[in-house]
Ligand binder design. Structure first.
Ligand code: FE2
Length: 244
């Protein structure tokens, strides 16, 4: 009887996808995990949610997280070596979460971008205002065969009263990745409302953990037990597991 209840409980906490394409679990290179020990703790939690493949996406942003393909690979190498030493099996690869700024334009023009599988590219806006030439840039990326994914569109407060911008961007070929944390209310009421609005419109192409730390783990784990979560997964049709 005990094992029956245990099994039921663990199943309720599974995520509705197996490939996570947005996390900050590489050690010591951004505001996510500071070291390999913390990275392993986060990976174990992701495994409990049923995630089989992790695409780590450290920040690359001018003046804050000036990562390069080399700094990211070094952190990935270190984490892979630690996983091996600890005997933990986990598929993990890396890309980046690119802040759209002048540094990003330079990386784009000099072919230094590290795409996700299938040439998707995870980009984020500034939280203060969108890049002045965002639409043109998204168009140029697509001309070069990249498939842009805007990270957490629901978190940009300046779009909340101009939701037609979401429609235009999505219609113009920009995919949307919404954070699980947003539905939980972790970033506040208006972000939560925007996340559910995007779900209602059918604009959610990918979900992501955007995992940085154990506070995020707790918020996501609690959300997975709620009716809101059950309601959400009945409405969306995501493509995470196409990135296997
Ligand atoms: Fe992120």
């Amino acid at each position: 009887m005990f094992s029956f209840f245990k099994k039921k409980n663990s199943q309720t906490h599974k995520l509705c996808y197996e490939v996570d394409l947005h996390s900050h679990i590489l050690p010591g290179i951004d505001d996510g995990s500071p070291n390999t020990e913390k990275s392993i703790g986060l990976i174990r939690e992701m495994q409990n949610w049923g995630i089989r493949k992790i695409i780590a996406t450290p920040h690359i942003a001018e003046e804050t997280f000036e990562n390069t393909p080399e700094t990211i690979k070094n952190a990935w190498d270190l984490l892979k070596a630690t996983l091996k030493t600890e005997g933990i099996e986990q598929e993990i690869c890396y890309s980046a979460e690119y802040r759209i700024d002048d540094g990003f334009i330079r990386m784009f023009e000099s072919n230094q971008l590290i795409p996700l599988p299938d040439n998707y590219l995870l980009v984020e806006n500034s939280f203060i205002q969108a890049f002045w030439n965002l639409d043109e840039l998204l168009f140029q990326l697509q001309l070069k065969e990249f498939k842009p994914i805007l990270a957490h569109p629901e978190r940009y407060a300046y779009y909340h009263n101009q939701k037609n911008i979401y429609t235009t961007m999505h219609n113009n070929g920009c995919a949307f990745q919404v954070n699980l944390l947003s539905f939980s209310g972790y970033y506040g009421k208006s972000v939560k409302e925007a996340a559910f609005w995007l779900a209602e419109q059918g604009y959610i192409d990918f979900l992501g953990t955007d995992l940085h730390n154990m506070n995020h783990v707790q918020a996501i784990s609690s959300f997975l037990t709620t009716k809101d979560y059950t309601k959400l997964i009945s409405k969306i049709n995501i493509k995470n597991d196409m990135l296997k």
